[in-house]
Design a protein around this ligand. Structure first.
Ligand SMILES: [Mg+2]
Length: 379
C-alpha cells in the first residue's frame, strides 16, 4: 500500500459556523491501490498546508501507508528540530488521522477496531453550547431544550464577557455573581438532571481563577476547564490545591510528552486531547492510556470539523477510560451537513458506535466543486 500522492483541500471562503467563518484543512493520502484516507486539522490551513507539502510529503511518498507508527516518527523527525508545537503538529495530526482512515478502509473495518476494538456499546456525550439559544440570555431554556433531546450534560463559558472587560487581571464580587448566574439558574432548576462543565478559555490569572473556582463550588460543576493558560504547570498545581473541583487542561496541549508533564504534576483530573491538534489518533490513544495509568478519565475535545468529530467518536468507542465525549448539536445537526452529508445525532445523550470502514465519512462532491476550493497535490 505505497503512498503515491498527498493532497490538501480547504475552502478559502470558509464554512460559516456559530462563531463566524472557519477554515478546516482536509488532507487526503492516496495510495497505488486507488484508495485514499481523509484527515483534518484547523484553523490556519495555509500554514498547515505548507508544512504538509514541504516537510511531511517527502517523508510519506513511496512509503507503506500501513506503517502508521513509523510514519508518525518520521514526520516528527522532519519538524522536531525547528520546533513542532504549532502548525507542524496540526499538520502531522491531519496526516496521521488520514492514515488511520486509509488503513481501516484497506482492511474493511472501522477505525475503532484498529484501536483495540470497542469498549462500550454507545458513547455518552455532552453539548458544547454554541447553540441558537444563548446560555447567557436563556440558560434555563437552553438546558431544557437539551434535556428534551436526551442530553444531560452541557458546557458553557459565562465568565468570558467579564474577561474581555478586565483582561482577566481582576474580577469584582458583582462580576462573579453575574458570571455564575447561568450555572446557578440551571442547577437550581434542574439539579442533578443536568451536569454543567465550566469553560474559561485560559483568560484568567491565578487569584481570579481561585476566586471563581470557590464561587462555583456550591453548584458542583462537572469540571473547570482551562482557567489558566497551559504554559505554567506549577500555577495549575496551586490552583488545583485550592479547590476540590476537578480541573481540566486541555485541547491546546500536544503529544504524549506535553500530557506527561500535565499528569506528572497532578493538576488535571480530566484529560482532554484534541485528535486534530495533539498528533492524531496515534498520540490521542497514547495520551488516553497515560491518563488511565494515572486513574484519570479522558474527555476528548471535539469542537472542530466533521472529520475530527468522526475520529473523536472512534477514539471514544475504543478507550476504556472514557468519561464523556464532547459534541456540538449545531455542528452535527446542521453545519457539517453541506460538507459530509447528514451525521448521526445522539439518542438519549449517547451516540451509536461510529460506522466504517475507516472513519466512515467523506467529503461530498459539492465541496470539491466549490469555486473557492484551494487544492494542492504533491506526488
Ligand atoms: Mg476548551
Amino acid at each position: 500500500m505505497r503512498i503515491t500522492a498527498i493532497e490538501t483541500l480547504y475552502l478559502a471562503g470558509g464554512i460559516t459556523v456559530h462563531a463566524g467563518p472557519i477554515q478546516w484543512l482536509w488532507v487526503r493520502i492516496h495510495t497505488e491501490d486507488g484508495l485514499y484516507g481523509l484527515g483534518e486539522t484547523y484553523p490556519h490551513p495555509a500554514s498547515e498546508e505548507a508544512i504538509i507539502h514541504s516537510r511531511l510529503a517527502p517523508r510519506l511518498l513511496g512509503q507503506d501507508a500501513g506503517r502508521i507508527e513509523g510514519l508518525w516518527a518520521s514526520m516528527f523527525d522532519a519538524v522536531s528540530y525547528s520546533g513542532w508545537a504549532g502548525a507542524e503538529m496540526r499538520a502531522i495530526s491531519a496526516v496521521d488521522t488520514a492514515l488511520w482512515d486509509l488503513k481501516g478502509k484497506a482492511l474493511g473495518v472501522p477505525v475503532y477496531e484498529l484501536l483495540g476494538g470497542a469498549t462500550r456499546d454507545r458513547i455518552r456525550t455532552y453539548n458544547t453550547c454554541y447553540d441558537h439559544i444563548s446560555f447567557l440570555d436563556e440558560p434555563v431554556r437552553l438546558a431544557e431544550s437539551l434535556l428534551e433531546s436526551g442530553i444531560r450534560a452541557m458546557k458553557i463559558w459565562p465568565f468570558d464577557p467579564v474577561a474581555k472587560i478586565t483582561g482577566g487581571n481582576y474580577i469584582t464580587p458583582e462580576q462573579i455573581r453575574e458570571g455564575i448566574r447561568p450555572l446557578r439558574l440551571i442547577k437550581e432548576k434542574f439539579g442533578d438532571s443536568m451536569e454543567v462543565a465550566m469553560e474559561f478559555h485560559g483568560y484568567w490569572n491565578l487569584p481570579c481563577a481561585m476566586q471563581m473556582a470557590r464561587a462555583c463550588e456550591p453548584y458542583s460543576p462537572m469540571w473547570l476547564e482551562e482557567m489558566l493558560g497551559q504554559d505554567n504547570m506549577a500555577a495549575y498545581r496551586e490552583l488545583a490545591s485550592s479547590t476540590p473541583l476537578p480541573l481540566t487542561i486541555s485541547e491546546r496541549l500536544m503529544t504524549a510528552w506535553q500530557y506527561r508533564e500535565l499528569l506528572a504534576g497532578g493538576a488535571a483530573r480530566v484529560v482532554m486531547p484534541d485528535v486534530a491538534w495533539c498528533g492524531g489518533l496515534t498520540q490521542a490513544k497514547k495520551i488516553a492510556d497515560m491518563g488511565a495509568v494515572h486513574y484519570l478519565p479522558v474527555a476528548p475535545h471535539n469542537c472542530g470539523g466533521p472529520v475530527l468529530h468522526a475520529a473523536t467518536m472512534h477514539l471514544a468507542a475504543a478507550v476504556p477510560n472514557l468519561y464523556i465525549a464532547e459534541s456540538v448539536r449545531r455542528h452535527y445537526a446542521d453545519e457539517y451537513t453541506p460538507i459530509v452529508g447528514p451525521l448521526d445525532a445522539p439518542q438519549d445523550g449517547f451516540f451509536d458506535l461510529p460506522r466504517g470502514p475507516g472513519l466512515g465519512l467523506d467529503l461530498l462532491p459539492a465541496v470539491l466543486e466549490r469555486g473557492d476550493l484551494v487544492r494542492r497535490r504533491t506526488a
